[in-house]
Design a protein around this ligand. Structure first.
Ligand SMILES: [Zn+2]
Ligand SMILES: [Zn+2]
Length: 293
């Protein structure tokens, strides 16, 4: 029992200390997600101001500050809160004899570093694509994912507007993915994490960027805007589910880009019922008597 309490408090304290040290620049610069997130956000924001796709959209678009707060909430505040529980689960699984080694199907340690990073990136991206499809397909999960789709004007900060339950829903599949690699995280996994933040910010940015022929591999703002479209093609529960890569949507035929004006209405039928305040959004999706939209 003591093991579990220690795991809980250690995880919580460790994450809080790491975040605090990051704010004070007291961690290696390349692992500083706090300032890294701020630098990436400012760079993408400058790109939005310099090359706006929807020229009439304000640089402080609708809900800009709400989304800016979500960025720090999901990345740091909630991460600190939950890290103790994740630590506790890890101890519980180890005590049950389930370790990442027991699920390994490959052994990446002997691979060249670039290949380790590439496989890690592609695997995590696929797992997230699949989770994202589930968030749309199953009504009980869609209740939480609606918060991300309540964005009415698109800009980079919308990337991290999502319900905290999504952190929890993505986690098991991500962990499982890494377990197939024997729990292996490449030494330079931070490159993958920073690339994912930058691509995610760009996908939501007010910039018309399609990557040319690379659009079949890399997700982009044009493709992702259609993911947020108010109206969907008949009989579909979603399109363009890609996170960093668009590849999965082309492979599984969930791609859809009918035009590129950038001016389509965003949201979903019934989005006016989503609470406007952060605190109400925090508890959204749990009430069973809530009218399903
Ligand atoms: Zn979605
Ligand atoms: Zn999005």
């Amino acid at each position: 029992m003591n093991d579990y309490i220690t795991a809980l408090t250690d995880g919580f304290e460790g994450a809080a200390r790491w975040t605090w040290n990051s704010i004070l620049f007291d961690v290696p610069w390349y692992t500083n997600y706090f300032w890294g997130l701020i630098v990436i956000s400012i760079l993408v924001w400058i790109l939005e101001m310099t090359f706006p796709w929807r020229k009439e959209q304000s640089i402080f678009r609708k809900d800009f500050w709400l989304d800016a707060f979500y960025m720090f909430f999901n990345f740091f505040i909630f991460a600190i809160f939950i890290s103790g529980f994740y630590n506790l689960l890890e101890v519980a699984f180890t005590n049950l004899g389930v370790t990442s080694k027991s699920l390994a199907i490959v052994n990446p340690i002997s691979w060249p570093q670039w290949l380790q990073l590439l496989v890690f990136f592609i695997l995590l991206d696929f797992v997230q694509w699949f989770t994202h499809v589930c968030l749309h397909k199953f009504p009980v999960l869609w209740q939480f994912h609606k918060i991300h789709h309540s964005v009415k004007e698109m800009g980079f900060a919308a990337h991290l507007r999502y319900h905290w339950m999504e952190n929890i829903l993505y986690k098991p599949l991500k962990t499982l993915g890494v377990m197939f690699l024997g729990g292996f995280e490449p030494e330079q996994a931070y490159i993958v994490h920073f690339a994912a933040i930058a691509i995610g910010h760009l996908n939501h940015a007010n910039i018309k960027l399609t990557w040319g022929p690379l659009k079949y591999i890399l997700n982009n703002p044009v493709m992702h805007l259609y993911h947020h479209s108010y109206t969907l093609p008949e009989g579909r529960y979603g399109v363009n589910f890609g996170i960093s890569l668009s590849l999965w949507d082309y492979l599984f035929k969930t791609n859809y880009i009918p035009e590129q004006s950038g001016t389509i209405p965003l949201g979903f039928p019934g989005d006016e019922k989503i609470p406007k305040s952060f605190w109400k959004q925090l508890v959204y999706g749990f009430k069973s008597k809530q009218k399903k939209i």
